[in-house]
Design a protein around this ligand. Structure first.
Ligand code: NAD
Length: 500
């Protein structure tokens, strides 16, 4: 066992060797910063493992490695089809190791093992497979401009890409960023969130095993305030892709402006879900429960603001509360019967409890929940919480809580529903429930959001673009649109003999 790995036994009995170094040039190395990050099991508040944390010198080494790999024939001249084959191999390796990776994400993040195995891992695997298919299907155009002139376009990679990801879906967020970047031939330095540093290091091992040349993907852990700016401000970084809080996104935008770096940002939301009175009530309740209570409510697209039409409001609230009590079983990550595990960290736990206190003190009614549910005084457990009698001016109605807390409010006309759905600085997800086809599409067109779910919530597919408007972000991930963010077009004008 090297000093850059540690043998671990997870609470589900799974034993494995966890790498702990920074993954630079296909090797695990010690951080020159002398800093480390210790990962905590949010269910027991005990330490899992300590990993190396990059400082600016380490970030520089990772960026230099990516810069060199960009020019190296082993990557630069690799036929696009072979790039796709490497990615397919990576997807196969993720599939082969999915139980291990799901174990690590459940342990590190607090999400249930079944959610990690049945949602996160399939999403990660299909995203890499989907973009593997694109690797040799992105090309330029020929444009006729004159009988003796034409132009053609070439699609180039953007270059060295710095990717900064959050902790709510550790592995699948990594693949959303790596998939299009690699398909387009970029090289990458990717940083995991401090709360979930572990599974991405196994991904590093698999990248090497798949056969990617050294330096194409460099993986670092590091503190946001130190490693983050070192990545964003590095002169050899050509693009920054970020998912996380709006506050950090604003800082990144400012830092990236110094060198006019290409950026894509995916931040949070306060996504509305509208239930019209002609909705299939049972389906509306089930989907809206999933839309806020799955993944401990730690979902950027969580439909956390439910607007229900007069006439069915009381019925909806009653059924929603019953569903929370029946389905949202809170417990440790490993039990099959658990729907909701602990929140990721003490900081998030405290933050959510502050919002619950604020809702209570501003006069909203707690229909269920509103408490902590620790086991023997340990674990970041919060009972799933439903607020009614909510005013649009309240903090819990306006701000992203990022936990299992929902507000339910009443409306009385379609115009009012649209106006209040759009009355937010955010614009990421949105959902509406109705059996009236015309209304469904009319309202979908009016909602200011990057995504609308008609009669569902949280559907996500690598083929479908994902991203926000207003303060929910810039640019799109996933789908063909995701490729736009990772390639740039050069126009070549050809003169076939026009004389001046
Ligand atoms: P954050 O924005 O601080 O962290 C996200 C990532 O950004 C992490 O990798 C972090 O290390 C990095 N980072 C932090 N400061 C940075 C900086 N100055 N420069 C560059 N990178 C930096 O988010 P958080 O503190 O983990 O969570 C706070 C809130 O953010 C949550 O409560 C939630 O509202 C929101 N959030 C949203 C998402 C999402 O998917 N959109 C994910 C996580 C958190």
């Amino acid at each position: 066992m090297s000093k850059l790995s540690v043998s671990l036994k997870a609470p589900n009995g799974r034993q494995y060797v966890q790498p702990t170094g920074l993954f630079i040039n296909n090797e695990f190395v010690t951080a020159k910063s002398n800093k480390t990050i210790t990962s905590i099991d949010p269910a027991t508040e005990t330490e899992i493992a300590t990993v190396q944390a990059a400082g600016s010198e380490d970030v520089n080494l990772a960026v230099q490695a990516a810069h060199k790999a960009l020019k190296d024939p082993s990557w630069k001249l690799l036929p696009a089809t072979d790039r796709g084959i490497l990615m397919t191999r990576l997807a196969d390796l993720l599939e082969k190791n999915k139980e291990l990776l799901a174990t690590i994400d459940a342990w590190d993040n607090g999400k249930t093992y079944s959610e990690a195995l049945n949602t996160d891992l399939p999403e990660a695997i299909t995203t890499i497979r989907y973009y593997a298919g694109w690797a040799d299907k992105t090309y330029g155009q020929t444009i006729n401009t004159d009988h003796k002139k034409f132009a053609y376009t070439i699609r180039h990679p953007i270059g060295v890409v710095a990717q900064i990801i959050p902790w709510n879906y550790p592995l699948s967020m990594a693949t959303w960023k790596l998939g299009p970047a690699l398909a387009c031939g970029n090289t990458v330095v990717i940083k995991a969130a401090e709360q979930t540093p572990l599974s991405i290091l196994i991904l590093g091992q698999l990248i090497k095993e798949a056969g990617f040349p050294p330096g194409v993907v460099n993986i670092i852990n590091g503190y946001g305030a130190e490693a983050g700016p070192a990545m964003v401000e590095h002169p050899l970084v050509d693009k920054v892709a970020f998912t996380g809080s709006t506050a950090t996104a604003r800082q990144i935008m400012k830092m990236a402006s110094a060198t006019l770096k290409n950026i894509t940002l995916e931040t949070g939301g306060k996504s509305p879900l509208i239930v019209f009175k002609d909705a299939d009530m049972e389906q509306a309740v089930k989907w809206s429960h999933l839309g806020i209570m799955s993944n401990q409510g730690q979902i950027c697209t969580a439909t956390s603001r439910i607007l229900v039409e007069d006439g069915v409001y009381d019925e909806f609230v009653k059924k929603f509360v019953e569903t929370v009590k029946d389905v949202s079983k809170v417990g440790d990550q490993w039990e099959d019967s658990t729907y909701q595990g602990p929140q990721v960290s003490r900081q998030q736990y405290d933050r959510i409890l502050q919002y619950i206190d604020s809702g209570k003190s501003e006069g909203a009614q707690v229909a269920t929940g509103g408490e902590t549910l620790q086991k023997d005084g340990k674990g970041f457990y919060i009972s799933p919480t439903v607020f009614t009698e909510v005013k649009d001016s309240m903090k819990i109605y306006r701000e992203e809580i990022f936990g299992p807390v929902v507000v339910i409010s009443k409306f009385s006309s379609e115009d009012e529903a649209i106006r209040r759905a759009n009355d937010t600085t955010y614009g990421l997800g949105s959902a509406l429930f109705t059996q009236n086809l015309e209304r469904a599409h009319r309202v979908a067109a009016e909602i200011e959001a990057g995504m609308v779910w008609i009669n569902s919530s949280q559907d996500c597919d690598p083929r479908v673009p994902f991203g926000g408007v207003k303060m929910s972000g810039i640019g799109r991930e996933l789908g063909e649109a995701g490729l736009e963010a990772y390639s740039q077009i050069k126009a070549v004008h050809v003169n076939m003999g026009n004389k001046l």
